[in-house]
Design a protein around this ligand. Sequence first.
Ligand code: MEV
Length: 327
Amino acid sequence: MTESDRAEAAACGKVILLGEHAVVYGAPAIVAGIDRGARALATRRAQGPSELTLGGETFAADPEGKDDRAKAFAALLAVEPRLGAVHVEARSDLPAGGGLGSSAALAVAIARAAEALGLRAGESVEEREARVLERAGAWERVFHGNPSGVDAMAAARGGCFRYQRGESVRPIMPRSDLVVCVGSTGKPSSTRETVGLIASLRARRPDVVDRSIDAIAVLVKNAHLAIEAGDLRAVGSFMDLNQMLLTGLWVSTADLDYMCELARGAGALGAKLTGGGGGGSVIALVSPAQDQAEGAQRILEAWKRAGFDGFVARIPAGTPHRSGGSA
Ligand code: MEV
């Protein structure tokens, strides 16, 4: 086997700072890549079928498969089937159903590794990454039905940016580091279910849902300005208001609300669920007024005492970066 028969790639997870769910309906969202993510190793196979090894199980790509992983892998490969037969071994360091973009990170890492096996002469990185996103979108549609694309974009780009369906991505340059505690309810969430829940609420009460979406869009626009101005107190308030609106849309849970309260009580400037809700994770913005490591520790300890795990993610000030890359 030669070097060109194997390729490795990575992609990052994400936190949505503001705007989840509303982004499905065309409102903007603010998202940031985090260090934890997914990795994939692709190997060329002499003959088919293409196979995916994930979590110790191996699935043959199958568009009609009973398992969504077999279907999603087939959909990812089918976007442009010229790659030939491949075996991809993938792993995510993010909890599945944790609201941190594990599925999209896997999709981007798998697509990048597979694409790297079929490198085309003269093709630019941008062209290849555009196809990686298309492949990730096909994977995500199997799991989530109607994804906005925000998770896959975050997995592919990293950094902090504003995302809106059908618009070009706008990088956000935080004036100062954003330090965020990410806490897990320990209960997996289904983005498909919570997106479906809001869709059915909207079918019954379009006025209520559309007002919330409009209000979230306003919060996102103001939070964007506040992040770039370094006004983290304002960012925290916008996060709290976003959480209230998400609670009004029925995608928060008692655990998520409780974890937000604990974080605020421990000094967070603001806290909200992140991702699909209905379980999954919360984020809490650490105040820069104190030592940020200590501030983060206080929040993590408050969660720990109540039986919830968490970790710290730093969204650095300054220039946004591109993550992952294939090797
Ligand atoms: C999930 O991380 C974000 C949602 O807005 C769904 C989506 O944008 O596809 C809930």
